[in-house]
Design a binder for this molecule. Sequence first.
Ligand code: NAD
Ligand code: IPM
Ligand code: MN
Length: 356
Amino acid sequence: SKTHRIAVIAGDGIGQEVMPEGLRAVEAAAAKFGMALEFTHFDWAHCDYYLQHGKMMPDDWFAQLKGFDAIFFGAVGWPDKVPDHISLWGSLLKFRRDFDQYVNLRPVRLMPGVPCPLANKKVGDIDFYVVRENTEGEYSAVGGKMYEGTERETVLQESIFTRKGVDRILKYAFELAQKRPKKHLTSATKSNGIAISMPYWDERVKEMGKAYPEVKWDQYHIDILTARFVLSPERFDVVVASNLFGDILSDLGPACAGTIGIAPSANLNPDRTFPSLFEPVHGSAPDIHGKGIANPIAMIWSGAMMLDFLGHTAAHDAMVKAIEKVLVEGPRTPDMGGGANTSEVGKAVAEAIARG
Ligand code: NAD
Ligand code: IPM
Ligand code: MN
């Protein structure tokens, strides 16, 4: 079978701590399912590299990475060393844009063994996907400052919504909804206040919906949608949103389902012209860095999504099953009320994968 070439970038903070556990689990699955994986580690795209070189990555980063089948990514950002907009626009956001990873797929699931902060929820009640637009929208560097230092100081920050960009994320979301048993899609906008881009998004949803008559869709303003996430998460199946709204919903969703320490994501280039990138939803967590207590499950689950995208669905399913077993039986990191460290949890998941 084909050897999959995987670029490994651990990044900053707990990215460095959870990555070895992500690799341990992926390697266990590769051994179990007879997959050939080849890992190449890159020691850039982190803030210490920036302090040394004045940039986050070498100039030829694109050429170095573009031939890989996937990028396995930890987290970037250390605001005390480098301002966040510099470190993120210099690395992760470049990957998403230049590799055209226009889908950010983020499952939200109440897993067995995970205490839910919402009352009376059981496994199965929270089980949906946030499909986040990942290359345009509110995330932009278009705009500028005027009259700086004067009383008229003015800052402009543009959002960009292209027909191609909106339609391709909606198409992905409708296709996903069509494959799910509930066949339900929710679109998040804010068309009452944001008077141009959001009504445009709504129009494109209505248009795209015509091609998917089996999919029932609805739309909510983002403010009330966040309330509904908390009050009735069971009604969601696939939730599609712009870059910023999707970012917010994909921290809120996992928090409603217990902890952001287990939430995975896949930054997909569905056309496969460039590598896709797999990373936890969470960041570098400077507050717990160095303590060895970061939950590695988001990283491991992201690894499972990577194997799925590479065509190894059985390996993905086995990894998720192993995660569920460890969530139920322990060991658990402190964010889940346990006393175990990162590598104890990582080893337990890898052993569960190996045993099957
Ligand atoms: P964060 O996700 O790093 O941390 C938020 C809170 O969640 C912290 O209290 C942290 O300890 C906790 N947490 C996060 N992951 C955890 C895990 N695996 N186990 C246990 N607890 C966990 O978000 P933040 O504090 O807003 O950001 C910190 C830095 O990370 C910033 O530089 C930010 O820009 C960056 N960031 C990067 C990414 C990414 O690379 N994809 C994502 C989010 C934030
Ligand atoms: C995420 C993160 C990033 C984002 C930041 C670090 C730029 O929060 O992956 O959710 O906003 O996309
Ligand atoms: Mn985020």
